[in-house]
Write a protein that binds this ligand. Sequence first.
Ligand code: UDX
Ligand code: ADP
Length: 472
Amino acid sequence: MNKEIKKICCIGAGYVGGPTMAVIADKCHDIIINVVDLNESRIADWNNDDLSKLPVFEPGLKEIIKRRRGINLFFSTQIEKNIASADMIFISVNTPIKQSGVGAGKASDLKWIESSARQISKFAKGFTIVVEKSTLPVKTANTIKKILEVSNFHNESTDEGNNKHFEVLSNPEFLSEGNAINDLENPDRVLIGGEDEDSINALKRIYLNWIDESQIISTNLWSSELSKLTANAFLAQRISSINSISALCEKTGADVKEVALAVGMDSRIGNKFLNVGPGFGGSCFKKDLLNLIYICDYYGLKSVSSYWQKVIDINNWQRNRISRIVVEKLFGTLSGKSIGILGFAFKANTNDTRESPAIEICKDLIEEGVKLQIYDPKVSFENIEIDLNNDKIKNSSDSLGGWCYVNSIEDAANNADALIVLTEWMEFKTLDWMRISKLMRSPSWFFDTRLITDTEQASKYGINIWKIGKDF
Ligand code: UDX
Ligand code: ADP
């Protein structure tokens, strides 16, 4: 049966669901897309006339929303109705790491996936293709299938004439935040995992509207799910590899940028994802590594799981050593001092701070008694407050420091003993050293954990420089 897809429902209007559906709507004008979410304020933000208030900041997204919203792209909280009318349902809900119970700290919490599957099972009508889009541990499709099969079974055993039937596909996203629209419009590949050829073809036909057939791969369900985890694990591994070498460069006088250039010119290695930094953040890398580790342990593959655990260990170590170096350079104490933080997002071009290395680095520095002046061009005060004002800081003794939110590089530098670049925002690339040196307290220090600033002129103005992966 060649199922024609006229209506799509996407459960979850987050970082993945919102942009993905926007691009499908933009490329397939004859498909009606309803993005639904439990979170009313998030849906209100997606429907806001002021497009700068969209809940997700992605270059190119607002233009698409402007073009398609209200035409074939709709955002609402009407979950039941939109599930019922859909030919295809994408599950794009959050899957954070479990905080308690079996697999706590490692396995993904699938409660939102499960509740979505239950909603689909209850409200869907006729033949519905269910597509898992969230990043999930291998074999999650099984959970979804089992819940949906109950419906299939009930339909067969009762004679209600509802004829519910489901097929489950895995279609992992490979979106990199800040570049999501480009990744969706020009993907390296689209992966569709599944068992039913007609369903795979139905999804494939959607992508064929703008993607070449050679870039669309179909596999079995488990290969598709595992490929997603493996791709992210490999990417994270490259970052931990270059970060580990950065520490060796600092000891030996080598320059990590030069090493990365030389290594990356080997076409077998390639030059991408070799940028040194304060450690990887974001919602995917750590979570996917932890999922991989959990599943290896589950199958008794201890050596494999310890191998991937090391990628996380190096990442934590890299992040921790930055605050240690800052304390050491500032004469072993931060008490009574101020430090300007340049960048809080986990990378540039996003307002997302999930797993941002800035969170732990700032917490460590605050515990040393420093006052931080945090500036990020896109991250809001409220967001930083949630990330930093944990109980430990709130209930801290007077000897512990604090933080304030500032609106410019100058305010971050004002009376500061040091400035630390944690996110590679474009505006940090060229700094007005003369102005900054006048604002800062002497002796002043500048720490670049992303190797993006041009510091040649800085020492002329008496600023001490430390750069990651360089011997100073
Ligand atoms: C990642 C994957 O790239 C994407 O395919 C997947 O679907 C989701 O996870 P994302 O988390 O948005 O995307 O960001 P990415 O650009 O991969 O960066 C992740 C982290 O690694 C950031 O903290 C970034 O600063 C860091 N990074 C990246 C480096 O430190 N060095 C690099 O060379 C690249
Ligand atoms: P991701 O980065 O995977 O897109 P987000 O946390 O940004 O994750 O978005 C997931 C969205 O899914 C949230 O807005 C959340 O409210 C929504 N969600 C979770 N469970 C359900 C559900 N059962 N029905 C509708 N929306 C849901």
